[in-house]
Design a protein around this ligand. Structure first.
Ligand code: ADP
Ligand code: MG
Length: 395
């Protein structure tokens, strides 16, 4: 990547402030960490900095406290989970700036780790307030951003702070930018993108950016409804947004101009109601009865999509193929996840729900890369520059 990473700088003995993404789900009943994937994702950077003798100051947000101290969004449970994962002590402060924090940082020895309190207890964080950014910067000699999942936000700890300190990427940030960037900049061929999810409007920029780059565009999930309709098929009472059909028609035209192969569902699993237990059946896409809705792709589509995926050198996937949260409508998403797992090429998965689906199927480690950044991955794949990446020093 064209940005400097922690390997490019001297960290020994230095105070290093690391923006991590410890925005983990908490267990409602116990208040403990319900899923520590994001904490684990930051471990390579933390291990490296400790081994190199840096004094490590970690900072993150958690949830949406909207600028107020919120007792159940303190980072204490994260600190104890991190202690467990590191097998050593993690000091934690109940503030993220101010005298208490300055004292704690001053007391850090090389290799020691300190976790600051939730950054978003201060409204200045999301406002990207320069004084707040400078206060954070004042705690350290070097800034490392390893919070890819927050890199699409220009906040004090993700962007503003880089004005006051040398700024480099951590290993997670480096890996995310490398894999997602590889897909956009130097894809092997054939390159397939498979897109799904609920709505076309969420994905329109993504489709447009990928359209110009891929050889095969595969569209399933709720967003496929607009494309079927644009081709003159009836989709019953399927989820369909105002204006989506016109957008789909424009994309179909562009796909034709680019001469790329565009795959749409040829059959679907349909139901009469949007309910988990709704009675359902499989029909060709041309035979969706009035009053029924498409909630998943059907078996012929699953096979066609899997074949296209298996024949590709690189595949980018965002968006479930159906309402995968309900077992009766999860087969399409499962089939696509399996095909990616079997594909011999590079496989990249992005998007909050999509990553969750892959993880719940136990297939995450069969993918080349599952992005930890939901919204950030989508914005990156849309071709937008992420403020948290842009702020880092060039190589
Ligand atoms: P991601 O978070 O991976 O970017 P999205 O948020 O775009 O994915 O879409 C995920 C949602 O799309 C899921 O909650 C799923 O239930 C829904 N979905 C997929 N297919 C359909 C469909 N045919 N009808 C309604 N909702 C759908
Ligand atoms: Mg989502």
């Amino acid at each position: 990547m064209e940005k400097q990473t922690i390997r490019d700088v001297q960290v020994q003995g230095k105070r290093v402030i690391v923006r991590v993404d410890f925005n983990v789900p908490l267990d409602r009943a116990t208040g403990g960490v319900a899923d520590d994937t994001r904490i684990r994702a930051a471990l390579p950077t933390i291990h490296y900095l400790r081994e190199q003798g840096a004094r490590v100051v970690l900072c993150s947000h958690l949830g949406r406290p909207d600028g107020r101290v919120t007792e159940d969004l303190r980072l204490a449970p994260v600190a104890s989970r991190l202690e467990h994962l590191l097998g050593g002590p993690v000091a934690a402060t109940r503030e993220c700036v101010g005298p208490e924090v300055e004292r704690a940082v001053a007391g850090l020895k090389p290799g020691e780790v300190l976790l600051l309190e939730n950054l978003r207890f201060h409204p200045e964080e999301e406002a990207n307030d320069p004084a707040f950014a400078r206060a954070l910067a004042g705690l350290a000699d070097l800034y490392v951003n390893d919070a890819f999942g927050t890199a699409h936000r220009a906040h004090a700890s993700t962007a503003g702070i880089a004005a006051y300190l040398p700024a480099v990427a951590g290993f997670l940030m480096e890996k995310e930018v490398r894999f997602l960037g590889q897909a956009l900049q130097r894809p092997e061929r054939p390159f397939a993108a498979i897109l799904g999810g609920a709505k076309v409007s969420d994905k329109i920029k993504l489709v447009e950016n990928l359209l110009a780059r891929v050889d095969t565009l595969i569209i399933g999930g709720g967003m496929a409804n607009a494309f079927l309709k644009a081709q003159g098929l009836e989709v019953g009472v399927s989820r369909l947004e105002e204006g989506a059909v016109a957008q789909a028609r424009a994309i179909l035209d562009k796909a034709r101009q680019h001469g790329l192969s565009l795959l749409l569902p040829t059959d679907g699993v349909i139901a009469e109601r949007f309910e988990e237990g709704a009675a359902h059946k499989t029909v060709p896409a041309s035979e969706v009865p009035v009053g029924w809705m498409i909630l998943d792709i059907g078996p012929a589509t699953r096979e066609a999509f899997a074949t296209a995926i298996l024949g590709s050198k690189i595949v980018v996937w965002n968006g479930p193929m159906g309402v995968f949260e309900w077992p009766a409508f999860a087969e399409g998403t499962r089939a696509v996840a399996r095909a990616l797992a079997q594909c011999r090429g590079t496989t990249i998965v992005g998007g909050g729900e999509t990553a969750q689906a892959v993880a719940s199927l136990g297939l995450a480690d069969k993918m080349t890369h599952v992005s930890t950044g939901g919204g950030a991955a989508l914005e990156f794949l849309e071709g937008r520059e992420l403020p948290g990446v842009a702020a880092l020093c060039d190589k």
